[in-house]
Ligand binder design. Structure first.
Ligand SMILES: *Cc1c(COP(=O)(O)O)cnc(C)c1O
Length: 404
């Protein structure tokens, strides 16, 4: 038998039925033929409140690639200070929500630069070439472009699931070339918005984030000194992780917040009027989502028992361990009508796809399932529906719903 990750506290240790946003999982699934993602905005609001208390002076941006479900974005518009997008498709989802938007990501096409400049949002420039194209497009449109510079930092986030700094990278501009670019942007008449410095993702060690944030502030100060300009905004990145697996503990963000306050109190003069932002994806939304699927078949093979669901990695690639994880481990999973019941069966929970990769729970302990039962996979609020190959094998996408 193999362990599972922790069920988020909002759903844990309930007797009997799993309740999401005030309704049971079976009520959500009533009359449905296929799987469903349910997102509870109250859980997102609780995460935001906790962030606000820990980081009272820092702007909070939501990186929508974690979950771009439009009703969720509409609910979050009132909660966050801005949205971070990385394509014109994502941009289109937030333009009507009335919040500041910044647009990062390598390889922005001319049409994307044009849409961003026309909409008056901030572009986080990823290369000098992109800067030249943005300035030329702004010229043609007769607009003053809002341009920030994404820095490929000389620091990286220790222990982060995905490293995005401190090495040759398609993301950002190498730190030593940044001051010259800032001077060029200002000379060209752009509205220079500051720096975007993103060092990694999915970190659970508070000290690693504390060290990275301190190094990021120091780097921003060095770059500003060298450019001879104070940045209006420094986006410190994010990287706050989620406990997905057995043995993971939640990130102590209060400790990170206290250390950041100290680091900012001691920041150098050139940053004294600068605003700071943190951009978060999964930390805000992952635990708010549950993926629900039906048991379609139960079978025994070679002394093992399999429960086969009507959805799998086509909807939940991350839970199958095929989205940036090195070793496959089990997300938290439950039988939705038997929360807290004795887990006296060892079985593997798999999806319906014709590939051995389609395994959502590997030899886990669960109560005995029956045909038609609903299995809940937690931590489904981030990198689920939009980050999975829904076209693969033709089952079609899962439905999504906002609980309220
Ligand atoms: C992916 C990404 C995020 C969000 O990452 P999470 O791990 O979901 O918080 C934020 N900023 C940038 C630049 C990203 O690429």
């Amino acid at each position: 038998m193999k362990p599972m990750g922790p069920i988020p506290p909002e759903f844990a240790a309930q007797q009997g039925a799993l309740i999401i946003g005030g309704r049971s999982a079976s009520a959500w699934m009533e009359g449905r033929d296929g799987p469903l993602f349910v997102y509870d905005p109250a859980i997102v609001a609780a995460r935001v409140a906790r962030f606000r208390a820990a980081f009272p002076t820092i702007d909070l941006h939501y990186a929508i690639k974690a979950n771009p479900f439009p009703p969720l974005l509409a609910a979050m518009a009132a909660m966050v200070d801005g949205f971070d997008v990385a394509s014109s498709g994502e941009l289109a989802k937030v333009t009507d929500l009335g919040r500041p938007v910044s647009f990062a990501g390598p390889g922005k096409r001319d049409a994307e630069l044009t849409a961003a400049i026309a909409a008056g949002i901030t572009l986080n420039l990823e290369s000098e070439g992109e800067a030249r194209r943005a300035l030329a497009i702004a010229d043609r449109l007769g607009r003053t472009p809002r341009l920030a510079v994404r820095v490929n930092p000389d620091v990286e986030l220790r222990g982060s699931g995905m490293k995005m700094g401190g090495r040759p990278s398609p993301f950002g501009i190498d730190a030593e070339r940044v001051p010259a670019l800032v001077r060029d942007l200002i000379a060209a008449g752009a509205d220079w918005r500051g720096f975007h410095i993103y060092a990694g993702s999915q970190a659970l060690d508070p000290q690693a984030i504390i060290d990275t944030q301190a190094a990021t502030i120091a780097l921003a100060a060095r770059l500003a000194e060298a450019a001879g300009q104070a940045p209006p905004l420094v986006n410190l990145g994010g990287g706050f992780g989620i406990p997905y697996f057995a043995g993971d503990s939640p990130l102590d963000i209060e400790r990170v917040g206290a250390a950041l306050t100290e680091a900012l109190d001691a920041r150098s003069e050139i940053l004294s009027d600068t605003r700071f932002a943190i951009e978060l994806g999964r930390w805000l939304v992952a635990e708010a989502g549950v993926y629900l699927a039906h048991v379609v078949d139960i079978k025994d093979s070679g002394g093992e028992r399999f429960a086969i669901l009507d959805g799998g990695l086509n909807h939940q690639l991350a839970a199958s361990g095929n989205f940036g994880t090195v070793v496959r481990r089990n997300y938290p999973l439950a039988l939705a009508h038997a929360m807290g019941a004795a887990a006296d069966q060892t079985l593997s929970v798999v999806g319906p796809l014709c590939t051995p990769l389609d395994r959502l729970g590997d030899r886990i302990a669960l109560p005995r399932p029956d045909m038609g039962d609903i299995v809940a996979i937690f931590l489904a609020g981030a990198y689920g529906a939009s980050a999975s190959p829904a076209a693969f094998l033709g089952h079609g996408p899962a439905d999504e719903v906002l609980a309220r």
